[in-house]
Design a protein around this ligand. Structure first.
Ligand code: ZN
Length: 428
């Protein structure tokens, strides 16, 4: 009997193949660029109409007062819920609806939803409108095939994941939407490949370091104190001690790609001295000794590391520079931090999706951890919901690239995995 329903579900998804393609195209055609956060209301209204037609109860929620929320660019989210015929658990699919800037190098229109060679192209195709479309088709196929199920199915499309998720999942989690009493399983269809289960992500710490000097005429640098030279001493010390230290720290988390299986540090930017002029400025710069120099650090840390220790390593390095340079003065400011998170491999949602992958793709899933963070952080930290993974179609490397695409077969296969997962968790 179980196998009978598996087959029926797969057929139901196959029957919706064209619908899945056009749904993905329609979503790409609504350019939800973030920043600044365009057309959020439009995409939520489109989804509201679609899901209401399929029998979902739909709520549109604006993250009023959240960072970046404004009258011009309101942060709209949608949560749709379909109730079964008896009590049971709730399975929630959460996708972000925002996309990043287009950038250069496209050979197709990024907002046309071009279909070519078995792929749908466009900004957001893989990250992650393809995954959103797949989860909707999966839920609709499941509801049609197994109408007498227990519990509930939820679909959400949320704002601002690309800029931290504060006007999206973080806001909804604070308002109780991801409370484990109302939602028991969460699947985030980010583009991790259809045969991979993403258990979590590394931690993040962003900080700004500023070195201080004294301004003077550039022809008499001895009368000033050059903040850029102080920063160069910091960078040298970093090369000498910090980078080698980070290279020794390895994690048991299955992070992909392999290079991210250690602690990493990027210097996101450096600014010192006179600000750069507009490109149409035709004059020369002025001769001044820079009195400020700033860098922004992007430190990614492992589940085995403690954030206090991560910060201490950097201040210890700065203090050792200070010990060597008499006039060295610095400030360090925290900008942003996220703790690492990893769902247990024997959590119910992990085990169920793993089985569904085996049934649909006839192979064992690969378990991975993401080098960067995504909305799971808010579901875990604010929502206190641990039973959460990322699983969805598309190739992560294509995210944010020109000519981004999602494979149609991949969307269909992952929709089947999602539909079988729903049946396994909700049909009693
Ligand atoms: Zn994404």
């Amino acid at each position: 009997m179980a196998e009978f329903f598996d087959e029926k579900l797969k057929q139901a998804v196959d029957a919706q193949r064209d619908d899945l393609i056009s749904l993905c195209q329609d979503l790409i055609k609504i350019p939800t660029l973030n920043p600044p956060g365009r057309n959020y209301r439009e995409i939520c209204s489109y989804l509201a109409e679609r899901l209401a037609r399929s029998g979902f109860k739909v709520e549109m929620i604006r993250a009023e007062g959240a960072p970046a929320d404004s009258a011009k660019h309101p942060r709209w989210n949608i949560i749709a819920r379909h109730e079964g015929t008896k009590p049971g658990e709730c399975v929630h699919f959460n996708s972000h609806h925002d996309v990043v800037e287009v950038g250069h190098g496209w050979t197709v229109d990024p907002f046309e939803g071009v279909v070519k060679d078995g792929r749908v192209y466009g900004r957001g195709a893989c990250d992650m409108k393809g995954g959103l479309a797949a989860s909707i088709i999966a839920a609709e196929a499941f509801i049609k095939t197994c109408p007498d199920y227990a519990g509930a199915v939820e679909i959400s499309a949320t704002a601002d994941e690309e800029s931290g998720g504060y006007g999206g999942v973080a806001y909804l989690a604070e308002k109780g939407w991801f409370n484990p009493e109302r939602v028991q399983h969460v699947i985030i269809p980010e583009p991790l490949n259809k045969d991979r289960i993403c258990l979590g992500h590394r931690g993040v710490w962003w900080a700004e370091i500023e070195t201080k000097g004294r301004i003077a005429h550039g022809s008499m640098p001895f009368l000033g104190d050059c903040a850029v030279r102080h920063m160069s001493a910091v960078l040298e010390e970093m090369e000498r001690t910090l980078f080698p230290l980070l290279a020794t720290k390895h994690t048991a988390m299955p992070v992909v790609p392999e290079g991210a299986r250690q602690s990493t540090l990027n210097i996101n930017s450096i600014h010192g001295g006179e600000a750069e002029q507009e490109p149409d400025y035709t004059g020369l710069p002025a001769p001044c000794v820079p009195d400020r120099c700033r860098i922004v650090l992007d430190r990614r840390f492992l589940i085995e590391e403690d954030i206090a220790e991560v910060k201490r390593e950097v201040t210890a390095m700065l203090e050792s520079v200070k010990a060597q340079r008499p006039s060295f003065e610095y400030e360090i400011r925290d900008l942003f931090e996220v703790q690492p998170t990893m769902t247990e491999k024997d959590a119910p949602v992990v085990k169920t999706v793993a089985q569904a992958i085996e049934k649909v793709l006839a192979k064992q899933p690969e378990y991975v951890v993401s080098p960067g963070t995504y909305d799971q952080k808010h579901i875990d930290r604010i929502g206190r919901l641990k039973n959460c993974i990322a699983y969805g179609p598309g190739i992560l490397d294509l995210a944010h690239q020109p000519d981004e695409w999602v494979g149609i077969d991949d969307m269909v296969d992952s929709a089947k995995v999602m539909a079988l997962t729903l049946k396994e968790l909700l049909v009693r």
